[in-house]
Every structure is written in C-alpha cells, then in structure tokens.
Design a protein around this ligand. Structure first.
Ligand code: PLP
Length: 358
C-alpha cells in the first residue's frame, strides 16, 4: 500500500474564489507527486506545495509526447462532506492509457489513495456552489532525458486540482457543432481510446477553424470512411430519437470510453428511456434532425457532464435541434446524475466514495 509523505502545511484561511470559477483556470495550493524508476517502481509519494515542475529539456514527454492524463471530480454534498465520483474507473482508464503509450501502471488502489489523500488535504477548495466542483487531474509523463524514440525508463506521476464551474460558462447552454470532414481526431488502432495529449493537440486546429465559423465544437467522424459519428469535441455524443430512445456510437476503438457515457447508459433505462450503442451514419443523423426524428443531441463528459447540442453544421447546411434549447431527456439525465454526484439522493449504483473530511 502506498505511503504518502505530507510536505505541505495547510493554511488556515479559506481560499477566496472568484464568482466565476471558469474551467481549469484556478489551481489549489498543493499537489501529489511520485517518481518511477525500473529498479524501484513507484517511490517517494508525497503531497507538496503546488509549484512548477523541474524537468530536463530532453525529457521524453517533450519529444515523443509520452504522456497520459485523466479527469474526475470531487463534489460538495449538502451535509458538507465530499463525494468522489467513480475514481477507480478513472484510475483503471489511466492505466489502459498508460499501457497504450508504453508506460508503467499505477496500482489502482494506490492511485485512488493518492487522490483521496490530496482531496482531503485540499478539502476547503471543494466549492459549495451549484454546478461547481473540484476537478481532479492525474498526469503521467516520460521524464527520462533522451532523444531516442523509445519508452522512457523514468516517469513522473502527479495529481493537481482545480475548482471549476461549468465548462461552457452557463451550465446547460446548448453548443453549436461543426462536422469535420477534413480532419479526424483518431483512427482505430491508433491512440483515440487513450487519454494522451497528442489526441487533443491534433484537434485544436480544426476546433479553432470551427470557432471562426461561429461554432463551439467539432463533431468527429471515423477516420476511415469519414461517415460514422465518433465524438463531439472532447465528449462522447448521444442522440435522442422521438423523445425516448437514446443512441450513442459503439466504442469502435477510436472513441474514448467515457465514464459519464458509461454511467448515463446505466442510468437512462432506470428513468424510462431505452438505450442503444450502434454505428451512426452522419447522413442519416442529419436527415433525422431535419425531419424531427432526432429530438435532442448532447455531449457527455466529466467537464460539462451533459452538454446539449443545439445546432449541427454539416457540409453547407445547418440544422437546429430542439429550437436550440436543452431538451427534457438531457435535463432528466443531468438532474439524476448530478443528484447522485452531489449526494442529494442515495447512490444505488455504488459510484460515489464519500470522504469524511469536510
Ligand atoms: C475525447 C474524450 N471523449 C470523451 C470524454 C468523456 O469522458 P469522461 O466521461 O470519462 O469524462 C473525454 C473526457 O475525458 C474526452 O477527452
């Protein structure tokens, strides 16, 4: 079991947070760090004051991009305690990402213990505001100084925390989405299933282009046929047919297996909706929006939880979904999921881990 050294003295003053937390702009004043070497494995686990990292400019991460990360959230409950949401699933995905990038795993129990210890030490940073939370960002990077293109021998694993509001400013504001034909995010057999920064770096140019056209996000199609829907921005996507049947793309190998997606697929039938994982042809989706068969569309991810899609721009045409308003299915799912995450209702699925430290 991991033994964590505390080299951080909590300050007694409450952190002063701005009214508008934004997303990922503010960081707490401590972080978790540990190092890996082949002879010792993971060692020197510590919670230290938040500070810049000292890395060799030849570190493998900078040249081969050997890095992975993940993201979950800690939520303030009405009783003042804190809920961590499905943090084991994040730790497992972190290891799958690490394996894909030739990196060593962090034992899941140790990773969860590290996150718990850090969140406990930083409990006063978990905001008690509606739709706000403490975002947890674990990262692993290849730290060895080498210009050789091979897996590094040494690694750094760290966890930082950020008090966040909702991802797109006002919670639940629909976004306008541009279908990208020119660029793809990931290809089957590539790294799309891994949470590795190169996937995101490769998405930035197309996203900026979509923004210049007045949209907030890109809808990514499969890289081979440029025909099947993969994801929206850095979220999984779902479409609601005739107000009750939810379809989402099957995890094809190029899609990140989202934990929000997985949770909503489990939750939705309990709210009376039907769910289906299938291949979704973008032409058929666009037609179904225009004829009104698709009544809602939304992205699913830890940042926004559920982000309604209000408009789809496809080739030279545009279609508005549900009058650019959040729909009732997205709202029902959002309410049910957040009630569990924030501990407003009992958690029948065992998704939350409650920390006693307030
Ligand atoms: C590319 C991509 N797809 C989907 C998701 C949603 O995953 P999750 O629900 O686990 O946050 C994320 C966010 O982590 C992502 O980066």
């Amino acid at each position: 079991m991991i033994s964590i050294r505390h080299e951080y003295t909590p300050c007694t003053a409450e952190p002063v947070l701005p009214d508008d937390l934004g997303f990922g702009r503010i960081f707490t004043d401590a972080m978790f760090v540990q190092d890996y070497a082949p002879q010792s494995g993971w060692r020197d686990a510590r919670i230290v004051p938040y500070a810049a990292l000292a890395l060799d400019p030849a570190a493998q991460a900078f040249h081969s991009g050997q890095m992975v990360f993940d993201g979950t959230k800690a939520y303030r409950r009405p009783d003042g305690r804190i809920n961590l949401f499905r943090v084991e699933r994040n730790a497992e995905r972190f290891n799958r990402s690490a394996q894909r990038m030739g990196m060593p795993p962090v034992p899941v129990a140790d990773h969860v213990a590290a996150i718990e210890a850090l969140v406990r030490a930083q409990a006063r940073w978990v905001p008690a505001r509606s739709n706000a939370a403490l975002y947890v960002r674990p990262v692993m990077i290849g730290a060895e100084a080498t210009l050789q293109v091979r897996a590094a021998h040494t690694y750094l694993h760290y966890v930082i925390l950020s008090p966040v509001g909702s991802l797109y400013g006002e919670a639940f504001r629909p976004v306008s989405v541009h279908v990208s034909h020119e660029h793809v995010r990931a290809v089957r057999g590539g790294t799309g299933e891994a949470k590795t920064p190169g996937n995101y770096a490769g998405s930035l140019y197309a996203t900026e282009q979509a923004r210049t056209l007045g949209h907030q996000q890109v809808l990514w199609l499969d890289a081979v046929e440029r025909r099947y829907v993969d994801e929206v921005g850095a979220m999984n996507i779902a479409f609601v047919y005739q107000g009750r049947h939810i379809r989402t793309p099957t995890l094809s190998g190029s899609i990140l297996p989202g934990i929000t997606r997985e949770s909503l697929l489990q939750l939705a039938p309990d709210l009376g909706f039907t769910v289906e994982e299938t291949r979704l042809d973008v032409d058929e989706v666009f037609d179904a929006i225009r004829t009104g068969t698709i009544t809602e569309a939304f992205g699913m991810g830890t940042g926004a939880l559920i982000s309604p899609v209000g408009r789809l721009a496809y080739r030279e045409q545009e279609a508005v979904i549900n009058g650019f308003e959040p729909g009732p299915v997205a709202r029902a799912l959002f309410d049910a999921l957040t009630a569990i995450q924030y501990g407003r209702r009992p958690d029948p699925y065992g998704w939350t881990r409650t920390l006693d430290a307030a």
